[in-house]
Design a protein around this ligand. Structure first.
Ligand SMILES: [Zn+2]
Length: 736
């Protein structure tokens, strides 16, 4: 669950804003984590099958933590020179990626990416491979590996007080033998504790322990801003507790869905058996029945995008009434939120169904279900048998052929558990002061373009324009890394059990998160770690965040030509800004509050425009017979269409009065469009494309490019596309 009402990011399969080690994640979404209105990713989060650009731990820093050194630490000469940055592509557009046999007016994605797509295989251990996100991720992984290995060798970054902890975590993770023994022993203790549950109060206390350690049992609980009053941090109960990627997977009738259910059932049984359950098959069936009951009462992903449908301030008293068979008082006491009163419940019907399950269910079934949740959460930290069995299941969703090498999984786990401790050293090797200043200037230019465009909109009245301008001017921008790093001083990381370390990190994060309830909103918090190759907009905070991870080539470089910087990072900025005004974001005012701040007439005009976009993307095929879901992807598509308009307008303003450039025969604007498209050059395995289309709010990359390009008249002018070509249709959809 997310701490925020709506949080939308840029990249595919990676919109997990939820800190990974943190407890209550509603039905597996990655992402990106399934937040309040899910902008989530699809595949069960697991380092064994990472989505291509998995967003990892995103725990915000402790405000005013005692003894926090000012950040960022100054780069340390000796150390940074020892960290060799693997080579990035040359700055600017990649002419060798083009397929010049394709007419850009027919299929711009193929034109910009064709040769790259043909020559670039998907690595065996990946579900998909893209020219920007995946390659930057791959380079970041190597940089991070050098950092964690130095830390683990006993040569920790002297400027980072938590470098030793990072080293201990990584070293323990790399020790596969201890995963077989010490981690398995940790799991056995958890399972024995579940066996000792004899009554409803003990059950609730054990659910709280599981949540503290990051397991997804029954439902999720976390802090969040109150959508109706963004100055208040309250508690949030969300649906959850499923093992398949989404509630619809329990009910779809097609052959692939049936096969996947069979595979999942078999997977649950094998994992239970390996953990010592003599009745594993029968228990797996009972677990599946319970999950199906929960799935039936869960909101689907499209419904979860409506911030009104997930807002129900029942508070503690209401929660106790809706679900009297769960011992909430015991639960909150053990979780560490004994006094919480103000609570939003995203899906009251779900909580009611859960209550029915608890009222009817026998204790043996409930214990079995909780054991499965504990095993599932622990799987990646256990020995090879468990990791391999987990991969056997997740590969059906990703198509990956082999497991990621251990070091990559361990780098990801370290980032997830200790993201801001690791990120602290990472940023000294990447973004410099010059890059930060340039990026900030680009944001200003994008915001100016939004303001200029706002003045021209015929469908808005003056009141709505004025309020939108207020919202625009209130947006807070964060670039590269936090002003203040998280303080991990209270976290204990040992060198014995990886699972114990992961549980400790999750408990630390749960405590940090719940401590926010009832306190003023911390505006310094980051929901993505600095190495993350992604960006996000948060409606409740009304802020945009661009981590250091994405401020690299091919998105951006101080050395790159201006047009390619705008087509890359500038487009990302336009995209995130437009999220503030997409079909979800527009429902929150400049102060982050959910309310009707437009007249019904303006809102209706907006809805009509949005409906055009939904219909447009419904037509696109992701893979085989699977179409994109125009309503699920609506916010992202509006952000792409609007972002492109802003990017080109900002580029024009920036280049005004300067001599035009020419790269490979392409002028400034053509270069910007090509740079944008080349960020998205991606080869997918069919399984990954299917999972993305069914669960992810981002369209597949071909349509992110061709969909938004075809709605942009500046593109048609730049490439001289006559009206009627696929990239220059007679009827375009324009929201902003
Ligand atoms: Zn987005």
């Amino acid at each position: 669950m997310r701490t925020d009402a709506v949080l939308l990011c840029l990249a595919v399969l990676s919109c997990r804003s939820t800190p990974a080690p943190k407890a209550p994640e509603p039905s597996p979404s990655a992402g990106p984590a399934a937040p309040e209105p899910a902008a989530a990713s699809s595949v069960p989060p697991s380092p064994a099958n990472p989505p291509a650009t998995q967003v990892t731990g995103a725990q915000p820093p402790v405000p005013n933590a005692a003894g926090q050194p000012e950040t960022p630490p100054a780069p340390v000469e000796a150390r940074t020179s020892a960290v060799e940055t693997p080579s990035a592509p040359p700055p600017g557009i990649d002419l060798s990626a083009l397929d010049r046999t394709v007419n850009p007016c027919n299929d711009f994605y193929r034109f910009a990416c064709g040769s790259w797509l043909a020559r670039t295989p998907i690595p065996e251990d990946r579900p998909q491979w893209g020219r920007a996100f995946s390659e930057v991720l791959g380079r970041n992984e190597k940089v991070l590996r050098q950092i964690v290995e130095q830390d683990a060798r006993g040569e920790p970054d002297p400027a980072n007080p938590f470098a030793g902890m990072v080293g201990d975590f990584y070293a323990t993770c790399m020790d596969e033998e201890k995963a077989e023994t010490a981690s398995f022993a940790t799991l056995q203790r958890e399972l024995q504790a579940i066996d000792r549950i004899e009554d409803p109060r003990a059950l609730a206390r054990r659910v709280a322990e599981l949540h503290r350690g990051g397991a997804r049992a029954f439902f999720g609980f976390a802090s969040r801003q109150d959508s109706r009053d963004a100055t208040h941090v309250i508690g949030g109960v969300d649906q959850g507790g499923l093992g398949l990627p989404d509630r619809d997977y329990y009910f779809r009738d097609d052959r692939k869905s049936q096969e996947l259910r069979g595979l999942y059932l078999d997977h649950v049984a094998r994992m239970l058996a390996m953990s010592g359950d003599p009745q594993a098959d029968a228990h797996a069936h009972r677990i599946f029945q319970m999950e199906t009951t929960l799935a039936r009462a869960s909101l689907d992903r499209v419904a979860r995008r409506d911030p009104y449908k997930v807002y129900h301030r029942l508070d503690r008293a209401g929660l106790l009434t809706v679900a009297p068979h769960f011992e909430w008082n015991d639960y909150f006491a053990i979780l560490g939120a004994a006094d919480v009163q103000a609570i939003n419940v995203t899906a009251p019907e779900f909580v009611r169904a859960l209550d029915g399950l608890l009222a009817r269910g026998n204790l043996d079934d409930l214990r079995t279900y909780l054991k499965w949740r504990a095993i599932e959460a622990a799987a990646d930290m256990l020995g090879a048998r468990f990791v391999d069995e987990r991969f056997r299941y997740t590969r059906a969703l990703t198509g990956a052929k082999v497991l990621l090498p251990r070091w990559k999984r361990c780098v990801q786990m370290t980032d997830r558990a200790l993201g801001e401790a690791l990120g602290r050293t990472f940023v000294t090797t990447t973004v410099g002061t010059e890059g930060k200043a340039m990026a900030k200037e680009m944001i200003v230019n994008i915001e100016r373009a939004f303001e200029a465009n706002l003045a021209t909109l015929g469908w808005m009245d003056d009141a709505a324009k004025k309020a939108s301008l207020y919202k625009l001017h209130k947006i807070d921008n964060k670039v590269a890394y936090p002003e203040r790093w998280r303080d991990y001083a209270k976290l204990q990381i040992g060198r014995e059990s990886l699972l114990e370390n992961v549980l400790s990190a999750a408990r630390f994060e749960t405590a940090r998160d719940l401590a926010k309830i009832g306190k003023p909103v911390d505006r310094g918090e980051w929901r993505m770690t600095p190495p993350t190759v992604n960006a996000y907009y948060s409606s409740s905070l009304n802020e945009m965040v661009f981590p250091a991870g994405i401020m690299q080539l091919p998105f951006f470089s101080p050395e790159a030509p201006v047009p390619s910087n705008y087509g890359g990072l500038g487009m990302v900025m336009g995209h995130e800004l437009t999220h503030g005004f997409d079909d979800q974001g527009r429902k929150f005012d400049g102060d982050g509050n959910l309310r009707e701040w437009w007249s019904p007439r303006v809102a209706k005009a907006y809805e009509q425009r949005a409906a055009c976009v939904a219909k447009q993307y419904d037509r696109y095929v992701a893979v085989d017979d699977v179409h994109l879901n125009g309503r699920l992807t609506l916010g992202e598509n509006i952000a792409d269409i609007g972002g492109m308009k802003l990017m080109i307008a900002a580029l024009r303003a920036k280049r005004q009065g300067q001599p035009p450039t020419n790269v490979g025969g392409f002028d400034d604007e053509q270069q910007a469009f090509i740079a944008f498209a080349q960020v998205w050059c991606t080869n997918y395995r069919p399984e990954a494309a299917r999972t993305q289309a069914l669960t992810n709010p981002h369209s597949t990359t071909q349509w992110r490019v061709n969909g938004s390009i075809s709605d942009n008249p500046d593109f048609a002018s730049a490439f001289k596309c006559a009206r009627g070509y696929p990239m220059a249709p007679a009827n375009r959809c324009t929201v902003w």
